[in-house]
Design a protein around this ligand. Structure first.
Ligand code: HEM
Length: 310
């Protein structure tokens, strides 16, 4: 399929390929380009405190910045498209540090390794003749990696609002407690308003940028809330593969409640920041997922390009 070596891509190769897939929009994120930033407060329940020493999961509220986005690289993309939405959360910790949690509206990632992601973005590159990807290339990619079929065919919802979708952080992270015990976990933000999506007909009747407008209107009426649901791994649950779900029957912890109160005053400042899922804090470690560690390099490369207005 692609002549690029799939086993060990560089961040530059992957970001180049994302630009070919999405188009190049200088100064913008190579994914999640259209977004809106909000102020929020996270209040822990304390139910996670026995498993992790992370400061924001103990007993005191933490100020937070949230950035909602659409997954495309086009900052003028239409909100009515059935693409994944993102929710990037920065917890501003009491010691002056911060930690990020970056999630999206599908439970599985489309690749188990950075190389598979590169193969997929190459397969999704629009055909110059039609302007659309050649879906037979995607089918060939899935045939070569049959375990990705479920992840690649997930259809993200077109939500009624950014506040009516669940957002999965997908990768496993490892919580550590004061005694050094280690517990792998996965996170999900669950909307307190409940999950609600638009039918194709309803979506067709919405304005191109209805999600930002809906969010502003919603926040004028009062705060918008999510709970942080945490799935602790049991023995044999794979921590290295973001394309594979853990059994749904796993018990969950509600680690806290996020209350979003208003758009931030300085959208430009926050739009220019870099959220990074590997920016963890004491009490949380990265798992052995190769996609998770690779993301730090890809996000840094995208940030480097967009900061230079490329
Ligand atoms: C190989 C795997 C992945 C690659 C190469 C990749 C690449 C990127 C890049 C280059 C950006 C733009 C970063 C910036 O300029 O600041 C981005 C943004 C984003 N990605 Fe990924 N991504 C990957 C996996 C994921 C996964 C698994 C999730 C969800 C769990 C995710 C969710 C997001 C979100 C929400 C944003 C927007 C963040 C923001 O608002 O700043 N990505 N991604």
């Amino acid at each position: 399929m692609s002549s690029i070596p799939a086993d060990l891509p560089t961040a530059e190769q992957v970001v180049d390929s994302m630009e070919r897939m999405h188009g190049l929009y200088p100064g913008h994120r190579r994914s999640g380009a259209r977004g809106v930033c909000c102020k929020a407060t996270f209040t822990p329940t304390g139910d996670a405190a026995g498993l992790t020493t992370a400061a924001h999961l103990q007993d005191r509220p933490t100020p937070v910045i949230v950035r909602f986005s659409n997954s495309e690289g086009n900052p003028r993309s239409r909100d009515t498209a059935p693409v994944a939405r993102g929710m990037a959360v920065r917890f501003q910790l009491p010691n002056g540090g911060d930690t990020d949690l970056v999630a999206m509206t599908v439970p599985l990632f489309v690749a188990s390794t950075p190389g598979q992601f590169l193969e997929l973005t190459e397969a999704l590159r629009p055909d110059p003749a039609t302007g659309e990807p050649d879906m037979s290339r995607v089918q060939a990619h899935v045939a070569a990696h049959p375990h990705l079929a479920e992840a690649v065919t997930q259809r993200p919802p077109v939500p009624v609002g950014y506040g009516t979708a669940a957002y999965w952080a997908i990768h496993a992270f490892v919580w550590t407690d004061a005694a050094g015990n280690r517990q792998p976990v996965r996170y999900r933000w669950e909307p307190e308003a409940g999950r609600a999506e638009l039918s194709a007909e309803e979506a067709a009747g919405r304005q191109d940028q209805y999600l930002t407008e809906e969010l502003h209107q919603r926040l004028r009426q009062g705060p918008l809330a999510f709970t942080l649901q945490v799935q602790p791994a049991e023995e044999d649950d794979p921590t290295h593969d973001p394309a594979v779900a853990w059994p749904e029957r796993r018990k969950e912890i509600t680690a806290g409640r996020l209350e979003i109160t208003a758009p931030v005053d300085d959208q430009d400042y926050w739009a220019a920041q870099r959220f990074d899922p590997t920016r963890v804090t004491a009490g949380i470690e990265l798992s052995d997922d190769p996609v998770l560690t690779f993301r730090a390099r890809a996000y840094a490369e995208s940030y480097r390009r967009r900061s230079g207005n490329r």
